[in-house]
Design a protein around this ligand. Structure first.
Ligand SMILES: [Zn+2]
Length: 565
């Protein structure tokens, strides 16, 4: 018999038995609680939900403060547009009714009955969630009247500068309204507030490029920072740590969430506000700028019952927008779509969205496992960064799910070596992958100031060389007898840049039998590119050249963003 370990660390047989009994008992009690919840659901004619397996969206959860959630024994599971899905222990509890009345001022709701135990588990999450005990976010209300007036006045960045410069410098309120309305009017995706030695400057990111808008005195800057912190529920007097928060811009017909991030700098705190405009995500696959032949192909691919579709590209290349557009294409009431994002930025109708919370152990891998227990048909994983996530994603794609995800690589071919470097098994990878996409966003020639010009002999030569090997099935404007290209000469509508809006350029690698065989052999990037040349592949650069021929963008933009390859 082996020598027994010191008594302190081992458990006797009885202790083990007792533990097992206790576990069993707890399990029985839990089951009883679930049964009771189901009965109550039947009695009150409301649907039952099991919170032990249902993913809860943290952002939605935080729409009720911890205090109210505990008092009313209730949790917001999900927010779809303006409708809240709320799990409650007892719909007749007066506290529950009170909180619901409060929420009804802003939202509509659908109730579900959950067990006390399930609710208790979710309520625990308030203790670990970042915006602990946060009430409904701050708001900046812009009346339709004011917005229309501001939109009329703020047609260009120059207008915004004039307007702010003309305002009394002590009024932070008005300045922020003008900046926000101006950003929306100019289709800015982000508003930056950067400190300098003698003040601060507001800058807008428009079509991926930053533009200086207006300079503020140190005093006005101080007032604006305080107001922003108040609105976004940040700590006012702390100036030396990074803080995150958000506020809502309320318009009569929609709300725009603004994610605010403040970081300390040598001259004071710097701010980045991201405008999560629902309109910018509301694109279909066609709106993204995909060529017709590629569109027809992708639609068929997405309809497949299983497999993995990866999109690649750096931050800001439009990967998320593309994934959302794909999701919209497949979403219908008969299939279950679940996402795992970091974080959830836009709310999608008909889709269960969950988000990674690494600090409480809810990583991409853990989240993906939890999602699989929900029996989804389609899964969107925000990003694959590690072996574990890669393996679960591949396995899911092989077992009856469509998996969409993204990887940070320079081009589509790069996804294969990246997966293998992460430790994915090349053979299973080759059978799971069905398509790899890569994309970039190029600025569009401003339609208000576009001018045609005859392509130069150098440009014609460049076009001819670039389009070598493009299959005959791809529609290309005829340039054999010369062609007119477009350039924006600059106007107030495009802030004199000559560009307005963006168009995507894409490359798609369909994983055919030949490639599948190659992937199983752990190929290098060069080997994959070599094979693609034989299969009629259209690269991002070639797609960009086609878009130049279609007068959508310029060589300047293509060479800058994609680069000659
Ligand atoms: Zn223009």
């Amino acid at each position: 018999m082996p020598k027994p370990l010191p008594k302190k660390v081992t458990k006797t047989q009885e202790e083990k038995l007792e533990e097992r009994l206790e576990e069993k008992l707890t399990e029985v009690v839990r089951q009883q609680e679930e049964t009771r919840a189901k009965l109550l659901a039947e009695k009150s004619k409301l649907p039952y939900v099991s919170l032990t397996t249902m993913p809860v969206d943290s952002d939605a959860m935080l729409l009720i403060s911890e205090k109210d959630a505990v008092a009313g024994k209730m949790v917001v599971i999900r927010k779809v547009e303006n409708e809240l899905k709320i799990a409650v222990a007892d719909p007749n509890n007066p506290e529950t009714k009170r909180v619901l009345d409060e929420l009804d001022k802003k939202y509509t709701h659908q109730l579900f009955i959950a067990s006390n135990h399930g609710l208790q588990q979710i309520l625990e999450r308030y203790k670990t969630t970042k915006y602990k005990g946060r009430d409904i976010t701050g708001q900046i209300e812009i009346s339709e009247e004011l917005l229309l007036k501001l939109k009329e006045e703020l047609k260009s960045l120059e207008d915004i500068k004039k307007k702010v410069d003309g305002m009394p410098q002590a009024v932070a309120t008005g300045v922020l309204e003008v900046i926000v309305a101006g950003a929306m009017q100019n289709d800015a995706s982000d508003i930056h507030l950067e400190t300098k030695e003698d003040g601060a400057v507001f800058r807008f990111r428009i079509d991926g490029v930053l533009h200086d808008v207006v300079f503020l005195s140190t005093k006005t800057y101080g007032l604006i920072i305080s107001r922003l912190k108040l609105m976004s529920n940040m700590v006012l007097n702390v100036k030396d740590v990074a803080q995150d928060g958000r506020f809502t811009i309320k318009l009569s017909d929609m709300e725009i969430e603004v994610r605010v991030s403040i970081i300390p700098g040598p001259n004071g705190e710097n701010v980045v506000m991201r405008l999560l405009n629902p309109k910018s995500i509301n694109l279909s696959i066609k709106d993204l700028g995909i060529r017709n032949d590629a569109y027809e192909y992708l639609i068929k691919e997405i309809a497949k019952p299983n497999g993995m579709i990866i999109t690649t590209g750096p931050t800001g290349s439009g990967k998320t927008t593309a994934l959302y557009a794909f999701l919209k294409e497949v979403t219908n009431p008969e299939i279950k779509v679940i996402t795992l994002e970091d974080p959830v930025e836009y709310h999608l109708a008909g889709v269960t969205q969950t988000q990674v919370e690494a600090d409480r152990g809810y990583t991409f891998a853990a989240g993906l496992r939890a999602i699989l227990r929900q029996d989804p048909d389609v899964i969107l994983v925000g990003e694959i960064r590690d072996k574990e996530t890669a393996e679960i994603a591949i396995q899911s794609a092989l077992t009856g799910h469509i998996v969409f995800s993204t990887l940070h690589t320079n081009d589509a071919a790069g996804a294969i070596p990246r997966f293998i470097d992460m430790g994915a098994n090349p053979t299973t990878l080759s059978s799971a992958l069905i398509d790899i996409l890569a994309q970039r966003l190029l600025r569009r020639v401003c339609k208000f100031c576009a001018e045609d010009y005859d392509a130069t002999p150098e440009e014609l030569e460049k076009i001819k060389k670039a389009l070598e090997g493009v299959p005959a099935t791809v529609a290309i404007p005829d340039y054999s007898k010369g062609i007119k290209l477009a350039k924006g000469k600059g106007c107030p509508k495009c802030n004199n840049t000559g560009y307005k809006g963006r168009v995507g350029v894409f490359e798609i690698i369909p994983i055919n039998e030949e490639l599948e065989k190659l992937i199983a052999k752990s190929p290098s990037h060069a080997e994959i590119v070599e094979m693609l040349k034989k299969t009629g592949f259209v690269s991002m650069y070639q797609d960009g050249v086609i878009k130049i021929l279609e007068k959508k963008t310029t060589f300047e933009e293509l060479d800058d963003v994609v680069g000659q390859r």
